[in-house]
Design a protein around this ligand. Structure first.
Ligand code: PHE
Length: 339
């Protein structure tokens, strides 16, 4: 019985089997109990010896059972640990992050560039008032130049701004000239009632610029714009100013840069002129200063408004402005920078 019992214990491979063996060997109806129950049939001289043997055997079985049990449990735990092990050397899965939109590449670049030159960055509301977008900018209600920008009106006083120029009036009203000159850029979205096509979008981005101080000249404007164009388009680009008209600047100009494609020699992209128009600007009209309570006999300066979409189109060679706003990832992926 001893050998058999020990063999049975050894054979048990899991806890359930082991329990069965335990019941069979030392349980209430087990082999050993049976022997104890039959003690009365054993002669009194032998009883003591048999009793002792049975007890010894029971102790042996119990200790073997316990040992086997703990071995089984240990193995189980080891197995579980192995299965659930985390391999910390596996390379992590990268989560998909978005890339920067090409327009924001230019916007962030220009913002940092102007901040470096001491400009503050302001942001006016996209739903603006007729008052700031037009009236304050020397465009009274009956001014024919209002037709230059087909405007989305919400009601007679509120509109989706058709230009960021209203930001000029907002900062002019607030600026304390005793603390120094005013230098600001105001980037943001604008809206116009245009039919969308490859070069027109009813929504696009502008960056307004304004510098007001005591002795600001057209030369300062020219220098600023030239440096800015070279910063974005490269040092080799030439620039030129052409006379233009805006109600809020006098004189008004538009700036062209030499064509990237033909280097000014003339090609289809620049319509054989050698030049590509990139922005509007001018010397701030005295009425704009006076409307905002700034003495135009003392202060003056320049303003510019550049189209960020236009900059991006030219810089990246994009042939359809609508690609900026339709969020096709195949288009946007092209501008993703390597991480
Ligand atoms: N606001 C003008 C436009 O949208 C651009 C501009 C800004 C021109 C500032 C002159 C000065 O066309």
């Amino acid at each position: 019985l001893r050998e058999e019992g020990l063999a049975e214990i050894k054979k048990a491979s899991d806890e359930q089997k082991l329990n069965e063996v335990r019941v069979q060997l030392v349980g209430k109806k087990g082999e050993l109990t049976k022997i104890l129950h039959s003690m009365k049939e054993i002669s009194p001289e032998n009883r003591r010896e048999v009793g002792q043997k049975v007890n010894e055997l029971r102790d042996l079985f119990n200790s073997q059972l316990d040992e086997t049990k703990s071995a089984i449990v240990k193995a189980l735990i080891a197995k579980k640990m192995e299965e659930e092990r985390v391999d910390v050397t596996l390379p992590g899965r990268r989560s998909a992050v978005g890339g920067k939109h090409p327009i924001y590449e230019i916007l962030d670049d220009l913002e940092a560039y102007f901040i470096g030159m001491g400009y503050q960055v302001v942001q006016g509301p996209e739903i603006e008032t007729d008052h700031y977008v037009f009236e304050m900018m020397n465009l009274p209600k009956d001014h024919p130049a209002r037709d230059m920008q087909a405007t989305f009106y919400i009601d007679p006083e509120n509109l989706l701004r058709s230009q960021t120029s209203g930001d000029q009036a907002r900062v002019l009203e607030k600026h304390d000239f005793s603390k120094g000159p005013l230098k600001m850029v105001g980037p943001g979205k604008v809206y116009r009632r245009d039919d969308d096509d490859a070069t027109h979008s009813h929504q696009f981005m502008q960056m307004e610029g304004l510098v007001i101080d005591k002795h600001v000249t057209m030369g300062d404007l020219k220098g600023t714009l030239e440096l800015t164009a070279k910063h974005i388009f490269g040092q080799d680009r030439k620039t030129r100013l052409r006379p233009s008209y805006f109600p809020f600047t006098e004189p008004s100009v538009e700036m062209d840069v030499s064509c990237f494609n033909c280097d000014g020699k003339g090609c289809a992209i620049c319509k054989y002129t050698g030049w590509i128009e990139v922005l509007g600007a001018g010397m701030v009209h005295p009425n704009v200063l006076e409307n905002a309570g700034v003495d135009s006999t003392v202060y003056g300066g320049f303003a510019f408004g550049l189209g960020l979409d236009r900059f991006a189109i030219l810089k990246y060679g994009i042939d359809d402005i609508r690609d900026f706003y339709t969020n096709d990832v195949r288009f946007l992926e092209q501008f993703r920078k390597e991480e």
